[in-house]
Design a protein around this ligand. Sequence first.
Ligand code: GTP
Ligand code: MG
Length: 356
Amino acid sequence: MRIKKIQAKNFRQALSLVKKELGPDAVILSSEDKKENGSYVEVTAAIDDAVETNVQEQYAVASAPVTVSGDTRTSGNEMVELKQEMQYLRECMESMRSSCFEPKLPEERKNMFHFLRERSIKDDLALKLIERAADSDELRSVIHNDLSSITGQGNTSDKNDRRAVMLIGPTGSGKTTTVAKLASQAIREGKKVGLISMDTYKVGAAEQIRIYARMIGLPLSVVSNIESLQKSIKGYSDRDVIFIDTAGHNPSDSEYIGRLKQIYETGYPMETQLLLSTSSDNDFLMESHKHYNALPIDYVAFTKTDEAVKLGSIYNLCRLYQKPVAYITNGQRVPGNIEFVDSNRLTNLILRTGSA
Ligand SMILES: Nc1nc2c(ncn2[C@@H]2O[C@H](COP(=O)(O)OP(=O)(O)OP(=O)(O)O)[C@@H](O)[C@H]2O)c(=O)[nH]1
Ligand SMILES: [Mg+2]
């Protein structure tokens, strides 16, 4: 970690110097208004970028090298262990930072920082937000602008070609329930709808979606491999839209991501919606990005907003995934409990206090 003290005429100028000297990931540890020899601001900032980039150099200094044919090299296992250790230290630092980190900021900015932290917005994002906003009104519009620019990236050009909409997401994120909600909504709009379930993994999964299909009055096809998926899609050639439900797994399971990847290899134009439950652990959802990022996700959707006390994770995840938000779901009822939201509504949810 590199720590640096920076002096400037005012806070805003100090922050831009911090960014210039330590980069955009630097965090402010303290800020003081000084009065000696005229008034100025002194900011102490830190960056922990050295941890990862210097792993190899540090290893060479800190460990005894393994000699291979007179050569000095690190063994593969040692390097893996060392990387794991560094990762562990990094995680410890992160959790210390989020539990004890208390930036010394001017009073108004400190209040804004706490307001964002109380809503579970990540410290680094919160610091960047208060850098760009002079007061809480401006804070709202900065968040709104960030969300609008992400939503503006919606891939709408080929949307009409894509009749199939596939829902993916971690276990229990609400895929099957949401497929039923979306299907009901499409029927209400006068569309001909087809349903496909690719979940033959979980006990009772087929039965769950079969009940919904019967309730909505829709044909359902349950498939267990790519060939039957293609056949089912072909069989639904008279349908305006086909909703595909998938089995939920832990996203860190590489076989699961691999199976999803195979679906795209069929070349069938498909819209993919990633469902993330706002009642899940924020860090788990952030971590899942590493894995889902390998797939061509078109939209994210946030489920179970009715169960979440804080919805700052929506902001964290929008910034991380950089995908437009298709909708939110806010209850178990089918049909119903689904809301197609704009940036304005999302901003309100992120900044709200207590559950909806
Ligand atoms: N409170 C609340 N519960 C929801 C919402 N959406 C789904 N659920 C509930 O969450 C539980 C899991 O929903 P499912 O639709 O089965 O989730 P899934 O993603 O299909 O689960 P897997 O197929 O096992 O991965 C069920 O009890 C749903 O009724 C929501 O918006 N709010
Ligand atoms: Mg399911």
